[in-house]
Design a protein. Sequence first.
Length: 377
Amino acid sequence: MFRTYGFLSTYPPTQCGLATFTAALLHHLTAVTPGSDGRVVRVLAESGHESPVADGTAVVHPMAPGGVEAAAEVLNRCDTVVVQHEYGIYSGRDGDDVLGVLARLRVPVIIVLHTVLTAPTPGQRQVLEDVVDHADAVVTMSEAARHRLLAGYAVQRPDEVVVIPHGALVVEPPARRPSADQPMILTWGLLGRGKGIEWGISALGALRDLKPRYLVAGQTHPKVLAHEGEAYRRYLRNRAAAFGVADLVEFDPTYREVGALAELVGQADVVLLPYDSSDQVTSGVLIEALAAGKPVVATEFPHAVELLAAGAGLLVPHRDPAAITAALRRVLTEPGLAAGMSDRSASLAPALSWSAVANRYRDLAEDMLAARVVVTT
């Protein structure tokens, strides 16, 4: 059935995880609902004079800070609206501009939660509870996030909270065995403090006999770049030099589109996610690594614990270079371990594909529309 899907989110050319997520979900959601189209209200960090534009997939309308009425007017012309929620993208106290939009919407609303904090400030807690209260359905991307939301926040309708994983491009992984010459350890994503890359660098010295290549791929996050420039990248370079492993670390700031990124990930022998946060309940990079069939070494953040515990990767404590060293050595040298991890990842991949994820959003939207019809009749 023809539908018009509305989205409220950051959106390309903004470079952030939410923008990339929204573009991919919109593309695949319209693909699995033939004849449908999309409208995006693109959240901007500051006021500008941009006009609506068509990007080939949707009509994109800018939303500057405070522009709640115009945003709601656009979204009310859609059948269903998908709102991405993350602290920091909306203006107002604790991002409460989003509440002004939600209060004006008359169509079914799906709220996608990208962060559920363990210890929010009172303002953050109130905003998130109000956001959820405006939703017809709430999506978390992991069971850990759903449990944290229901246990730690006042949720009036817990049965409306569902888990739909972050999507990924699933491609047939290339036949590849760890290179005897220079196995590649890969970390990628927008760079910023909290990624824990310093701990990966600290772990390399004890792996020198394996001659690894640690590739850190990705641009500095735009907000980090605006606030402190390339200070974190310089810190990492200096740390590599101080630990005597500068020759084993490569920084590649190239921005890659989906296909080029998939090609890069396909070259990796192991993906390292040494994140500092113990709060992280959603990781798109983790999902993409598993969809690519890659062995993963990750710190014990909730999303990693949930997805890797069954054998797709190894978990290590936070800020523990020795544990990272041991885990990487196991993956790169222990017979059959990496292959077993890849097999386990392959079994998870079908449910993580963007088409599978989009189908679940479509079904959720149709259920909400059907419920509205029942109520009005």
